[in-house]
Design a protein around this ligand. Structure first.
Ligand code: SF4
Length: 409
């Protein structure tokens, strides 16, 4: 009997990818598509099958967080969210106090849809506001207005959501300091319990990257972006938010539990086209990262077969079992060195950093056993502190995060 259950796969986070967007934003390189709405019904059927398949393979693991992301989950009919969550409850053991987040775009939902999300168990919304400046929203190709974003936030609160996060972007072409301050003002007026702020990255192959390359759009100024980040830090501190991760702020106890799974380098399962998963191995054995094929159409087609054909033979090891799953497109071994380096990189993104004792329990020795010289260097450069049994980035270290992280690889 096939069984890839391990101690470490029994309690996981679950990511559900929704590959639909009404329009494609010009800066976005996520695996999402506009004008494939006709695939929605067959996609939901396929997704429910994939959830069932992993439930069987992993022995119905306990799920402590669910994140419905994409793409635009709020673009789906709300009945589809109910179907997805019903499948999760059938095939996994959903913890009673599980955090269940759904990404939503302003303008996609009304009071009826919000009620349906709550009934499905969704208890956290992450609203993609990006800016409270109408001109910038237009340039970003967003479908909503600044007023629409504020109204959407208030509607969610009125419907009974007490955990609503707002996403903002800075470092944008055409964005000046005044616009950013005004966006921060409007965000502050709403007083959300959680805010994510991301600096625009011009991803290769996106229309916006082409526009900047060809001179049709001005190149964002990195110094201005750094000033915007500093000003956001200051503002959020004054308003009582904890800057718990490089790009995330929360009121006490309102941190994103799902994203903490990633930053703590803990196991998660991703379902849907292009979704990534990370499973730790048994003690001493490598873990695996694996990812699904990207095309929604191929994903749906592959899942349109009897369950046994989707799983492959049962007398093989864990890696082969995963490779044989019909929608899995690749599996990467995660050996101890890589797991440690990734744990350092992700953990140092957090304000609490890495607890030496937790690291020792997981890897058999403290970080200094493996990265002694590197840690000494980073301390000397003023980028890292090693007080109170934890490793933490300094304020300067946070500004230079990528340079610090690369030292562990
Ligand atoms: S709505 Fe979000 S996921 Fe969809 S294209 Fe825009 S940025 Fe990408």
């Amino acid at each position: 009997m096939r069984d890839v259950t391990t101690q470490e796969t029994r309690r996981i986070s679950l990511y559900v990818h929704v590959p639909f967007c009404e329009t494609k934003c010009p800066y976005c390189d996520f695996n999402t598509y506009a004008r494939i709405e006709w695939l929605m019904p067959s996609y939901i059927k396929a997704l429910v099958r994939e959830i069932g398949l992993w439930g069987r393979l992993l022995g119905s693991p306990t799920v402590h967080t669910v994140f419905l992301g994409g793409g635009t989950p709020s673009y789906l009919p709300s009945e589809d969210i109910e179907k997805i969550m019903a499948a999760v409850r059938v095939d996994f053991v959903l913890e009673g106090d599980a955090e269940i987040t759904m990404e939503a775009n302003p303008g996609d939902f009304d009071a009826r849809k919000l009620e349906s999300y709550l009934a499905a168990g969704v208890n956290r919304l992450s609203i993609g506001v990006q800016s409270f400046d109408d001109g910038l929203l237009q340039k970003l190709g967003r479908r909503h207005s600044a007023k629409g974003a504020g109204d959407a936030y208030r509607m969610a609160i009125d419907a009974g959501f007490d955990n609503v996060s707002i996403d903002l972007m800075y470092g944008l072409p055409y964005q000046d300091a005044g616009q950013w301050e005004s966006t921060l003002d409007k965000m502050s007026d709403l007083n959300p319990v959680h805010v994510s702020m991301y600096c625009l990255t011009l991803e290769g192959g996106t229309p916006m990257e082409q526009w900047v390359k060809s001179g049709r759009m001005p190149e964002p100024d990195p110094d201005l972006a750094a000033d915007m980040y500093l000003s956001a830090q200051e503002r959020m501190r004054e308003q009582g938010y904890r800057h718990y991760e490089i790009s995330n702020w929360a009121k006490t106890g309102m941190e994103s539990r799902h994203n903490l799974t990633y930053w703590r380098n803990e196991p998660y399962l991703g379902v849907g086209p292009g979704a990534h998963s990370y499973m730790l191995g048994l003690k001493g054995l490598p873990g695996y990262r694996f990812f699904n094929l990207k095309s929604p159409r191929d994903y749906i087609e592959r899942l349109n077969a009897p369950l046994d054909e989707l799983l492959g033979p049962s007398d093989v090891d864990m890696k082969e079992t995963i490779e044989n799953v019909a929608v899995v497109d690749g599996v990467e071994d995660i050996d101890k060195d890589l797991e440690m380096a990734e744990t350092m990189m992700m953990g140092l993104r957090l304000d609490v950093g890495i607890e030496v004792e937790t690291f020792r329990k997981r890897f058999g020795g403290p970080p200094s056993d493996y990265y002694g010289e590197t840690l000494d260097d980073l301390v000397t450069l003023g980028l890292l502190t090693t007080d109170d049994g934890s490793l933490r980035l300094t304020h300067r270290g946070r500004m230079m995060g990528n340079q610090v992280f690369s030292r562990f690889f």
